[in-house]
Design a protein. Structure first.
Length: 189
């Protein structure tokens, strides 16, 4: 069974983390560990029809973002991967300098030190040079950066189609088999 941490930070775009949790819930050999920042909970109420409590019910295990003694704060707790979706620029900055201010940042730092899969879904625009430097630094350390940039070759008809494609890209990176989005099938010459 794969164990995946889902971090939802306070950036706009909480639906990306929620959708990923929903899709992982339907995969029997994946266990999810959820941690949300205080602002993530506020954004969930502002941006979606979900409550933070409904989102928590989608996860197998839930952690308070201020609980630095949680299992996921230690490298001895075996985790296969972590996704922060969305990843605020505050969270990205904290991870890039090793500032473990909260459980999301600490868990990401553990993923780095243990050389485990860490995926960030940064949600900010435009990006400043500081944002780009932090993301570049993390990329050089092996973090996969998967911004929520829609594709149009699949002719999305709804916002959910765009979200599905993003979730597909993240699940692919976690090496979790899925068919949640439309894939490029090639173009005959």
């Amino acid at each position: 069974m794969k164990k995946i941490i889902i971090g939802i930070s306070g950036a706009s775009g909480s639906i990306y983390g929620i959708d990923l949790l929903k899709k992982l819930k339907n995969i029997t050999d994946v266990e999810t560990h959820l941690v949300m920042s205080d602002w993530a909970k506020e954004n969930i109420k502002l941006e979606t029809s979900y409550s933070p409590e409904e989102v928590e019910k989608m996860a197998d295990f839930i952690y308070d973002n201020h609980h630095m003694g949680a299992a996921i704060a230690s490298g001895s707790f075996r985790i296969d991967g972590m996704v922060i979706a969305p990843a605020s620029m505050k969270t990205v900055a904290g991870i890039s300098i090793g500032f473990d201010e909260d459980l999301i940042m600490r868990s990401a730092g553990v993923m780095l030190k243990e050389q485990r899969k860490l995926i960030l879904v940064p949600r900010e625009t435009p990006l400043s040079a500081i944002h780009l430097e932090n993301l570049t630094k993390l990329s050089k350390l092996g973090v996969q950066i998967i911004p929520p940039i829609p594709s149009f070759y699949d002719h999305p008809q709804t916002i959910q189609d765009i979200i599905d494609h993003q979730s597909m890209k993240v699940l692919d990176s976690l090496e979790i088999e899925n068919e949640v989005g439309k894939r490029w099938g090639g173009k005959d010459a």
